[in-house]
Design a protein. Structure first.
Length: 228
C-alpha cells in the first residue's frame, strides 16, 4: 500500500495525556511533561477542552501561550485542523485568535473558519459581566463574547521561547529552520535517527516528499553524529 498523508490526529488528547502534553509545550501546570508532544495537536485539544468542557483556566493560559509563541506555529497545519473541526464554539475561538494575532499574516485564514452568529464564552451571565467590566480587549468585536477579567493573562504561566526551545526538540528546530513540516521532520530524526521516510512523514504529518528530502539532507550532513 502506498503512503497516504494525513494531517488529522487519530484521536484528540484528553485528561492526563492532555495535561502532560500541555506541560510539554511549556504551560506551567503541575505534573510531568510529555516528551516533545506535537504542538498543533496539543493546541487543538486544549481549545476543545476549554470551549466545550468549559475549562476557563485552561482557555486562559492557552490564549497567553498563543500570544507568546505564535511565531513558531505551523500555521498551515493549525488552520487545516481548525477548518476540519465540527464544533462552532471551537472555530469561533480560533477565528478570534486569528483576529487578535492579525499581525501574523500566516494566521489570517483563521479569521474565516467561523461565519456564524456571535457566541458567548460563558454559559450564563455574559450581559451582566459585560455591563460591569466591558469586553476582553483580545476578543473585542469578534465572534466570541468574552467579558474582561474572565480569562486572566499572566505571562508567568508559560515558558518563554528561549526556555521552551531548550526543552522541546520540535520547537527548537522550528526556531532554527522556520516553523514548517521540514523542521518537524528534522526533529523526528533528532529523536529517532533510524526512522524510515514513511514513519517520519506520518509522525510529522508531512508529505512523503518533504520527509524524503529532509532525511537525504540529514544523511548528507551526518547530522546524527554532529548533534543539535
Amino acid at each position: 500500500m502506498g503512503f497516504k498523508r494525513e494531517i488529522q490526529p487519530k484521536t484528540l488528547l484528553g485528561g492526563a495525556d492532555l495535561t502532560r502534553a500541555l506541560v510539554g509545550i511549556g504551560i506551567l501546570f503541575t505534573g510531568a511533561a510529555a516528551s516533545d508532544p506535537n504542538i498543533e495537536d496539543t493546541l487543538l485539544a486544549a481549545s476543545v477542552d476549554g470551549l466545550e468542557r468549559h475549562d476557563l483556566r485552561l482557555l486562559a493560559v492557552l490564549v497567553t501561550w498563543l500570544e507568546v509563541h505564535h511565531p513558531w506555529l505551523n500555521a498551515d497545519r493549525l488552520v487545516g485542523l481548525v477548518e476540519a473541526y465540527p464544533g462552532d464554539r471551537v472555530r469561533a475561538f480560533w477565528c478570534t485568535i486569528g483576529r487578535f494575532l492579525a499581525k501574523d499574516r500566516r494566521l489570517n485564514k483563521l479569521t474565516k473558519v467561523y461565519q456564524g452568529p456571535q457566541l458567548d464564552l460563558l454559559t450564563t451571565g455574559t450581559d451582566f459581566h459585560l455591563s460591569r467590566s466591558g469586553e476582553d480587549s483580545r476578543f473585542q468585536d469578534g465572534p466570541l463574547r468574552v467579558p474582561a477579567g474572565i480569562l486572566r493573562d499572566r505571562k508567568a504561566d508559560v515558558l518563554d521561547p528561549r526556555e521552551l526551545a531548550k526543552r522541546h526538540r520540535g520547537y527548537r528546530r522550528r526556531v532554527l529552520l522556520g516553523p514548517s513540516y521540514r523542521a518537524d521532520v528534522w526533529a523526528e530524526l533528532d529523536r529517532n535517527p533510524d526512522s524510515s521516510v514513511a514513519e517520519l512523514a506520518r509522525r510529522a504529518y508531512a508529505s512523503f516528499s518533504t520527509a524524503w528530502q529532509v532525511k537525504r539532507d540529514w544523511e548528507l550532513l551526518g547530522a546524527g553524529a554532529a548533534g543539535p
